[in-house]
Ligand binder design. Structure first.
Ligand code: NAP
Ligand code: F7E
Length: 351
């Protein structure tokens, strides 16, 4: 084991895991990351960022405490970033119990393992703006009342509180990053921003003729994932463990995102958008808007990429990928392998 600082990232195969690994490697960390053993390996994001060979991968499953202890013992980390979760709000209505187990209870498993293996470990919990749910009192800040509006948010509420409990009961250095939506070309295809950028790229190239969405009026505070992972690291470098909101302070509707994306792709939005109740949730969050004043002041963190630029980055990236795919190039990505969502039946659908 080297002398450099060691970080263990749970969920390194996800969007944030890949960006955070990239960021920490740049800082000179030895980076360990957990992944699930799936029938088909899912390592494309690490490959796309060119860091696959520089991170050390450890198999781990969030419902298995023995595998969590194993990951801690194998990596002996100074810092643990808990990013692994069933993170798709829509799916949490279909799998409420599984989401509670993986996204909520697993935080206790991790903290309990940390307490026994090495209580000096600093712990970051990926909390979320979804905790504010149906609370219309905007902008949301660290003192705003949580009103979760999905099984996902309820599970994250458990994770948030148990993190605070371990901080107070056992004096562990545990923090909650209450991050508002953050997106990128590495975003999962089921989330609305990437769904739009990917679908518009296909429309542009004549591979599809429309984009099918659900609730167009929902409004989100969307930032760039590459900016947000820095805040995670900053939280663990403070003298005191504390909780922070991380957001841009701007909110836009799904419709506005779609229109900005059409502009970026130089497409006329008229006639290519369809709404299907299949993509509506049994309960949705109308509006999220964050006040990151505390993070600005105490962490010195600020977002660098603004809304329009984020949309352009995502649309450009997906257009380029589909063009490369048409030229027969092979490179790490996900969309060519993904079935149309129209073929997936949803138990939570509102029809
Ligand atoms: P993501 O792309 O969905 O990544 C989730 C990661 O968790 C993946 O590596 C996934 O592995 C892993 N995972 C899922 N179930 C697991 C299980 N049972 N055992 C072990 N690993 C499991 O999510 P993200 O956007 O990077 O978000 C990172 C974290 O921040 C999540 O906890 C999310 O809830 C939270 N968050 C995200 C946002 C946002 O806007 N992105 C905002 C606030 C909070 P596979 O690759 O094998 O599926
Ligand atoms: O939905 C609406 C949908 O799935 C955003 C996760 O990272 O951020 C993410 O959760 C909005 C919702 O993200 C479609 O109803 C309309 O109102 O992209 P999303 P999310 O639910 O905000 C938070 C902060 C997290 O913590 C989560 O882990 O867009 N919407 N039409 C649609 N959403 C999807 N997915 N697909 C549609 O067709």
């Amino acid at each position: 084991m080297s002398d450099s600082r060691r970080a263990l990232i749970t969920g390194i195969t996800g969007q944030d895991g890949a960006y955070l690994a990239h960021f920490l490697l740049h800082k000179g960390y030895e980076v360990f990351g957990t992944f699930r053993r799936l029938s088909t390996p899912n390592l494309w994001r690490l490959q796309a960022l060119g860091i696959f060979d520089r991170v050390k991968l450890i198999p781990m499953e969030l419902i298995d405490s023995a595998s969590i202890t194993g990951a801690l013992v194998a990596s002996r980390p100074h810092e643990v970033y808990n990013l692994a979760a069933q993170s798709f709000v829509g799916a949490s209505f279909e799998q409420p119990v599984g989401t509670g187990n993986v996204t909520g209870l697993a935080v206790s498993r991790l903290l309990e393992c940390i307490r026994h293996v090495d209580p000096a470990i600093r712990f970051y919990q990926a909390s979320t703006s979804e905790l504010y749910g149906s609370n219309p009192d905007i902008p949301h800040h660290e003192g705003t009342t949580f009103m979760p509006a999905s099984p996902y948010a309820a599970a994250k509420l458990y994770g948030y509180w148990v993190t605070r409990v371990y901080r107070e009961a056992y004096d562990l250095f545990c923090v909650n990053g209450i991050l508002f939506n953050h997106e990128s070309p590495l975003r999962g295809l089921e989330f609305v921003t990437r769904k739009i950028s990917n679908a518009l790229a296909k429309v542009k190239l004549g591979l599809e003729d429309k984009v099918v969405l659900g609730n167009l009026d929902a409004s989100r505070d969307w930032g760039f994932a590459g900016d947000y992972v820095e805040s995670m690291w900053l939280m663990l470098q403070q003298d005191q463990a504390d909780d922070f909101v991380v957001a841009t302070g701007e909110t836009h509707t799904v419709r506005e995102f779609f229109e900005a994306a059409c502009q970026a792709a130089e497409l006329d939005p008229a006639g290519i958008l369809e709404v299907d109740p299949k993509f509506m949730r049994p309960l949705d969050v109308d509006i999220l808007l964050g006040d990151a004043g505390k993070a600005h002041k105490l962490l010195g963190w600020r977002p660098k990429v603004a809304f329009r630029e984020l949309v352009e980055i995502m649309v450009r990236a997906d257009l380029e990928r589909w063009l490369r795919w048409q030229r027969g190039e092979q490179f790490p990505w996900d969309a060519f392998n993904y079935p149309s969502e129209m073929n997936i039946l949803s138990r939570a659908m509102q029809v």
